[in-house]
Write a protein that binds this ligand. Structure first.
Ligand code: 5AD
Ligand code: SF4
Length: 451
């Protein structure tokens, strides 16, 4: 092997959404193919790659701190490189490009969301010639589906079906950094799903910012339901998908929860707010009533289905009354899980120009009330599993106790159970075991192995 990266070590820091996690599996695959070895700490790493997120401000600030802290860190003994290479990619790379190396001159490589495949080449040039290597493209040419990949868990795979987003929710930076929505041809998705099944993968998660509008650009009409049918046909044990925009969730897709055995009873359906006034200002293009009607239909098709959501608190102009509508929605739905966020102003989005005079303490106090309501809902929802036998796809052992196996139920709830004598979690990882649930907490269930 004659790559200048041969015999180097790398450490990967990934932030943000599942799309980044998927990209990081590709980065790992590409670097390993060139002879670089993954390591856990930046001290041991010759190459440090950040796959960044700019959806909220906190991630921005963190990146600057982390990159700065590498400035004076010595390179490990025995490194084939003359200096450590630091690379920043993902959404901040795409958004800021050249600006990043001006602000952080010790940064060596910047790449964007559309040119993951260029990363090895950029790192090689940086290793052999030094200097700043910056490459950010306007749009994606392909899905990078030919790139090698190292999956975090051999039995679970992400499968991107669309990239980009056309929705322009007024708070969100994603359409500006990830570009317009582009769907991957159905045949390619089906072929990859088939290949994954052949490799022994048990669970496929179909990925896109809005999977429900899949196909509009390719076929003139949404065809997400065809993707579900095609992937289900491969016989894969478990199918999940994320994310669904409520304005595009069709009756056909809802019906598949009733008819496709391998489509798991779990739906992530971001509401963002329970107030029609705020939903309008967010440009979400559905009402609270429409959302609740979807929830009703989904539960009718699939009784007991687990629901999760995303909620933003403190959108510009949110009043106490608007917030109470959100709180009431959360209580009415009774989510199994909710990802709650404080609104973060993103330069360049329409909401950044909206008047925003709610005091920080008021927003924080609303956020705390929301989190409490979410926890109560999740705890109550988990009680429904008490006494039931759940098929659990084993992931490994608990961090607290290595004699406890950890896995996910079909409803995507974390389940703990004592391992049988003489059997390790590694031996069971990737297989499905039955667990009779005898304890239901807010964020997990516990039980004993059952026949
Ligand atoms: N501020 C706070 N939360 C945001 N999200 C997206 N943009 C912002 C923002 N500017 C949240 C939304 C989305 C999730 C991935 O991140 O809830 O669904
Ligand atoms: Fe952002 Fe809205 Fe697109 Fe989701 S649907 S990525 S929140 S613009």
């Amino acid at each position: 092997m004659n790559s200048p990266l041969n015999n180097t070590t790398f450490c990967l820091h990934t932030f943000g959404c599942q799309m980044n996690k998927h990209d990081s599996e590709r980065v790992e695959g590409m670097l390993e193919a060139l002879g670089s070895l993954p390591v856990q700490s930046v001290e041991e790493a010759d190459i440090v790659v950040f796959l960044t997120c700019c959806v909220r401000e906190a991630a921005d600030t963190r990146l600057y701190g982390q990159v700065s802290s590498l400035k004076n860190l010595p390179l490990r003994d025995g490194s084939p490189l003359r200096q450590r290479i630091v690379a920043v990619g993902g959404c901040i790379g795409q958004r800021d490009g050249e600006k990043l190396v001006q602000q952080m001159p010790h940064l060596n490589v910047v790449f964007g969301t559309h040119n993951l495949a260029s990363l090895p080449g950029l790192l090689e040039v940086a290793a052999s010639q030094g200097g700043h290597q910056v490459e950010v493209l306007e749009a994606s040419e392909n899905f990078n589906d030919q790139l090698p990949s190292v999956r975090e868990q051999a039995w679970a795979a992400w499968l991107p079906i669309t990239i980009g987003c056309n929705n322009f929710c007024t708070y969100c930076i994603v359409p500006y950094v990830r570009g317009r929505e582009k769907s991957r041809p159905l045949e390619d998705i089906q072929a990859e799903a088939q290949e994954l099944v052949g490799q022994g993968v048990k669970e496929i998660t179909l990925l896109g910012q809005n999977v429900n509008s899949y196909g509009r650009d390719l076929y003139g009409r949404p065809r997400f339901v065809d993707v579900l049918d095609a992937v289900a046909e491969t016989g894969i044990e478990r199918i999940r998908f994320a994310t669904s925009h409520p304005k595009d969730l069709t009756d056909e897709v809802i019906e598949r929860f009733a008819t496709l055995e391998n489509l798991m009873p779990y739906l992530h359906l971001p509401a963002q707010s329970g107030s029609n006034r705020i939903l309008k200002a967010m440009n979400r293009r559905y009402t609270r009533e429409h959302y609740l009607d979807l929830v009703r239909k989904v539960r009718e098709a699939c009784p007991g289905i687990a629901l999760s959501t995303d909620i933003i608190v403190g959108f510009p102009g949110e009043t106490e009354e608007d917030f109470l509508d959100t709180l009431a929605l959360v209580r009415e739905v009774g989510y199994n899980q909710a990802f709650t966020f404080i609104y973060s102003r993103r330069e360049g989005t329409p909401a950044a120009a909206m008047e925003d005079d709610t005091p920080r303490e008021v927003i924080q106090e609303r956020f705390d009330r929301l989190v409490e309501a979410v926890q109560e809902g999740a705890c109550a929802a988990n009680q429904a599993f008490l006494g039931a036998v759940q098929p659990v796809l084993v992931e490994g052992s608990s961090k607290r106790d290595e004699r406890l196996l950890v896995g996910k139920s079909p409803h995507n709830v974390t389940v703990h159970a004592p391992l049988p004598e003489g059997v390790s979690a590694e031996q069971l990882a990737g297989s499905t075991v039955n667990v009779r649930i005898d304890e239901a907490r807010t964020w997990y269930l516990s039980g004993k192995l059952a026949e």
